[in-house]
Write a protein that binds this ligand. Structure first.
Ligand SMILES: Cc1cc2nc3c(=O)[nH]c(=O)nc-3n(C[C@H](O)[C@H](O)[C@H](O)COP(=O)(O)OP(=O)(O)OC[C@H]3O[C@@H](n4cnc5c(N)ncnc54)[C@H](O)[C@@H]3O)c2cc1C
Length: 501
């Protein structure tokens, strides 16, 4: 067995390339240890909640004081300024409002404010309707008061995960994609992690598999738990509607979540949603007429003025709700030595992720992993060129140096060929149409890829040196093209002749 392990032996294997797995990977990349991240999809932030959520950096007044959620939310929120600077990820501290539209709801604001104080949230206040109107001129006139939290922010969720993964890879973490962990066993203090077509070995395993963290835990531990899916549907409106919200406008939360919000996105669109509905199928990702109608109706309680006909796309995110007592994250070494669960990471999981990574680092240390700091850890990701943010002068200089930046591929979002090539060539680079879209926004505008997708496909095929027929939308069997037109017609003709004979 030892010989078989050669080359596939790691100190730590992380299962799952969402924001949690990728944050942990980046944190561990600061140390002189061998780390592997295994992801079942073809990319990070591709298979779970980290690509489809509200993208809010919560201030931290919502979780119950004393819980991990409360502690990690507030700590995580604080960490984003430095992280986003180092990783060159757009983030805006726009602040959030919990809007009360009745006196009963105002009472809830005081409860949230109190919780916030206990959790250590800074820069919070309860403000009058006049002050709310100053901040949000388009909020409905029925507003009574709001809890204003200045530390809340908005971010591009997949952009952040991609940046974490890139930086972790730059610092030596290995990634394997399209590998689904199907079994784990332990022999001589070493875990054997099997995927559908390979196996890897490690002394420690970190389970960050999101909705499937129960399945992974139950492969190893006798202490089983389960996770059920709860979906949330959203709409994204055209940038023309982006002016309608300056901050994240929440409503008073209920047991099912933080309610329906109206928020600007970091790219200037308007986001409305999510609904909250328990479902049975973890893979259910469709939006429904009923769900979207509910999101629209709910959001109109806060801001009536938006025009839902300006919707450019819609999506569903699925929460990983653990069926255990309490409503906290499940983070810690399990009953199996060296096997660490990071499960049930519902909201505010995104905000908490950098703090979760610090906590996991300490758990690994306590579990006996020797972690010497690297001398050459580089916290900075190579900056990304965003053509549409450059001045004319900068653009001209860039095009002279690299002519591929002179070819616009996505007209809606002004994305150039140079940016797409860079997204493919970077560490943990894009391999599919959606991978490119999540990195550079080609296909995220009004036409939703109607014009640029064929050209992105050509670039992917050329850069990855693969047949255009094998380029996918998001990995697996999501191929875009099924046959070459001429061959297709010739085959059809042959079949036709055969049937006539
Ligand atoms: C509707 C909604 C709104 C939210 N809004 C916010 C918000 O505004 N702010 C906030 O802070 N948080 C928010 N959250 C929570 C946040 O999105 C999650 O806490 C976070 O994304 C969880 O990250 P994760 O890495 O644990 O899981 P995921 O992102 O789901 O990643 C898990 C990964 O594991 C992989 N995987 C699963 N099984 C296997 C296997 N067998 N082998 C290999 N890989 C596997 C999956 O493919 C996936 O990529 C929201 C969540 C939802 C659903």
């Amino acid at each position: 067995m030892i010989a078989e392990r050669d080359g596939k032996m790691y100190d730590v294997i992380i299962i799952g390339g969402g924001v949690v797995g990728s944050s942990i990977a980046r944190e561990l990349s600061k140390y002189d240890i061998k780390v592997l991240l295994i992801e079942k999809e073809d990319d990070v932030a591709s298979g779970g909640a980290s690509k489809a959520n509200s993208a809010i950096l919560h201030a931290g007044y919502d979780p119950v004081p004393g819980t991990l959620k409360a502690k990690l939310n507030v700590r995580g929120n604080e960490m984003f300024d430095e992280l986003c600077k180092d990783l060159d990820v757009p983030m805006k501290r726009v602040g959030s409002l919990v809007a009360a539209f009745s006196q009963d709801e105002v009472d809830s604001l005081y409860k949230l404010y109190d919780r916030g104080l206990k959790n250590g949230v800074k820069n919070m206040s309860i403000i009058s309707s006049d002050m709310v109107k100053e901040i949000e001129p388009n909020i409905n006139d029925t507003i009574v008061a709001a809890l204003y939290a200045k530390t809340a922010g908005i971010i591009c969720p997949y952009g952040f995960v991609i940046a974490l993964a890139e930086n972790a890879a730059q610092n030596g973490v290995e990634f394997v994609f399209n590998q689904e962990v199907v079994s784990i066993d332990r022999e001589d203090d070493v875990f054997r992690v099997k995927t559908q077509d390979s196996e890897y070995f490690s002394k420690y395993v970190v389970n960050a598999a999101g909705l499937y963290a129960d399945v992974i835990n139950n492969m190893v531990s006798d202490k089983h738990f389960s996770i059920h899916p709860r979906k949330g549907e959203y709409l994204i409106l055209d940038k023309e509607e982006g002016y309608l919200a300056n901050t994240v406008i929440f409503q008073v939360p209920t047991k099912m979540g933080k309610g329906i919000l109206v928020s600007p996105t970091v790219d200037g669109n308007l986001l409305i949603g999510p609904t909250s509905e328990d479902i049975f199928n973890k893979e259910f990702r469709k939006t429904t007429y009923k769900g979207l109608e509910k999101a629209i109706k709910g959001a109109k309680k806060s801001v009536e003025k938006f025009n839902e006909r300006k919707t450019i796309t819609q999506f569903t995110g699925v929460r990983a709700v653990p069926d255990v007592d309490g409503e906290d994250f499940i983070i810690g070494e399990s009953d199996v030595k060296g096997f660490i669960n990071v499960a049930g990471i519902e909201s505010p999981g995104f905000t908490s992720s950098p703090a979760i990574a610090e906590m996991v680092r300490e758990i690994l240390k306590d579990a006996g992993l020797k972690m010497a700091e690297k001398d050459n850890f580089n916290p900075k990701r190579k900056p990304v060129i965003r053509f549409n943010e450059l001045t004319d002068e900068e653009r001209n200089e860039l095009i002279k140096r690299e002519p591929a930046y002179g070819k616009i591929i996505c007209r809606c979002e002004t994305v150039t060929e140079g940016e797409i090539i860079d997204a493919i060539r970077r560490p943990v680079g894009a391999k599919s149409i959606d991978g490119v879209k999540r990195r550079v926004r080609a296909g995220m505008g009004r036409c939703q890829g109607g014009f640029c997708s064929p050209r992105v496909l050509e670039i992917l095929s050329r850069e990855l040196n693969v047949d255009p027929l094998s380029v996918t939308k998001f990995g697996g069997n999501s191929n875009i093209l099924t046959a070459k037109a001429k061959e297709y017609v010739a085959n059809l003709y042959k079949e036709l002749l055969k049937s006539e004979v």
